[in-house]
Design a protein around this ligand. Structure first.
Ligand SMILES: *Cc1c(COP(=O)(O)O)cnc(C)c1O
Length: 459
């Protein structure tokens, strides 16, 4: 008999989580103004709001914490991080920051000016926020196939090369500070970008003399998909694939809370010594001295160790197979989601489920509230709330897809939890015809409104 798959680790420490009643949850979500970010975590049974900073560190990472060097300047921990970034990713220069968006702030404060254009595949929400805040424009050049959730193709996060070239042709290079390639493409469903596509994007960047920035939060998951799906990579090691991916990048921004498996941290890395130097002042003003940025020594140590573990094939296989497992459960119940299953999350296709809720009443958010009420499972909306208003016209933007993201924290939940999530979704799915109204906005911030939005049931 063929042996079934099992996790490549065992459990050494546990944390209790609490169940609740439907009645309690109905009160709690009302108090939170129907914003899932507004819930106390104690009110959540299975928390899939994000896979960012929510993973379990290993025994080796915890022992690296004990050895953290808290010197203000030139600490051993800084050099541990520098060595890991050089060995694994191939960058000579870097600045530690407190998380990914801080890396964006350090970089974009230097390279972006008003009116600039930053093309790429789907920009992450904080990336888009940092670009639009500086009155520059992110242009999404993701392949059209990414918006057909039922289409099963291996690299749905890819850039449409013709779309990208059109943008590069249209504007002078002085107006394009970088092409932003997000690996994996979070917004499109944690979908990977192929090495072939990375090469083609890089070739265009060379041709038009524009730097390539990789937004690299989930670079290791992307590399796993290249190894398992792309011709010619099956026999390459994870390390070789990662090094090849970054050989095409000039700059990388990193949220270490993802594939470096730490609870807090990030960095921006450079091939150019000159750009590294000009970004240092922004780090000193906003983050801290250049050898710790926004991080303590112990956190830099855990991050360095996390880069090693996060690029280990056995770890990645365990992680990605758990996402696939949840996808298979949803297949059993005929629940539509962005196919194939992504690297860090399942993106449920809310538009295909709640067909009676008008888009003006926030379809994916409505599904998310129903799922919370059903079982205390918390995910996050990737739909019209996240898409926000057009910065010029201030009209609501209604994206083609209304997705509800179930992000799976690393090394945190078991497949029994996946079973509960899938069953809860099935129960909502079974009563989908009865759900006809969504929510309306009672409060919104002028930018990145989804984090703090207030809602009430639509009347
Ligand atoms: C999480 C994330 C960021 C921002 O990082 P934070 O650590 O949350 O500030 C940027 N880009 C991508 C693709 C991400 O997933």
């Amino acid at each position: 008999m063929k042996l079934p798959f099992a996790e490549s680790y065992r459990i050494k420490m546990v944390e209790t989580i609490k169940r609740s009643t439907r009645e309690e949850r109905a009160n709690w979500i009302k108090e939170a103004n129907y914003n899932l970010f507004g819930l106390k975590s104690d009110y959540v049974f299975i928390d899939l709001l994000t896979d960012s900073g929510t993973g379990a560190m290993s025994d080796k990472q915890w022992s690296a914490m004990m050895e953290g060097d808290e010197s203000y300047a030139g600490s051993r921990s800084y050099y541990n991080m520098k060595d890991a970034i050089k060995d694994i990713l191939g960058f000579d220069y870097f600045i530690p920051t407190h998380q990914g968006r801080a890396a964006e702030n350090v970089l974009y404060s230097i390279i972006i000016k008003e009116g600039d254009i930053l093309p790429g595949n789907s920009h992450f929400d904080t990336t888009k926020g940092h670009i639009e805040f500086r009155k520059a424009i992110p242009v999404d050049c993701t392949i059209d196939e990414a918006s057909d959730t039922q289409l099963e193709i291996p690299f749905k996060g890819n850039v449409d090369i013709a779309k990208l070239e059109a943008v590069l042709k249209k504007y002078p290079k002085e107006q394009i500070p970088a092409v932003v390639l997000t690996v994996t493409n979070n917004t499109a469903g944690g979908q990977p970008v192929s090495m072939q596509n990375i090469k083609e994007v890089s070739a265009l960047c060379v041709k038009y003399d524009v730097p390539l920035q990789m937004d690299s939060a989930r670079f290791a998951e992307n590399a796993y998909f290249i190894k398992t799906r792309e011709e010619g990579y099956a026999d390459k090691s994870m390390r070789e694939i990662v090094r090849e991916m970054f050989s095409y990048a000039d700059i990388m921004t990193m949220s270490s809370k993802k594939d470096a498996i730490v609870n807090m941290g990030g960095f921006v890395a450079f091939k150019s010594e000159e750009l590294w130097k000009s970004c240092q002042k922004i780090c000193i003003m906003n983050e801290g001295f250049i050898t710790y940025g926004g991080m303590s020594g112990r956190d830099m140590n855990a991050l360095a160790q996390g880069l090693h573990e996060g690029t280990d094939f056995e770890y990645l296989e365990t992680r990605i197979k758990q996402i696939e497992y949840l996808g298979q459960k949803l297949d059993e119940y005929n629940i539509p989601y962005q196919r194939p299953a992504g690297g860090h999350a399942i993106f449920v296709d809310a538009k295909k489920i709640l067909t009676h809720v008008p888009k003006e009443e926030f379809i994916a958010q409505t599904l998310g509230i129903e799922l919370y009420l059903e079982a205390g499972v918390r995910g996050v909306e990737v739909g019209a709330l996240l898409a926000d208003r057009d910065p010029v016209t201030h009209e609501n933007r209604y994206p083609e897809l209304e997705l509800f993201r179930l992000a799976i924290p690393r090394r945190t939940y078991t497949n029994n939890h996946m079973n509960v999530i899938a069953a809860a979704l099935k129960n909502v799915y079974d009563r989908r015809e009865e759900i006809t109204r969504g929510y309306e906005i009672t409060y919104e911030a002028p930018i990145m409104r989804h984090f703090t939005i207030g809602l009430k049931p639509a009347e």
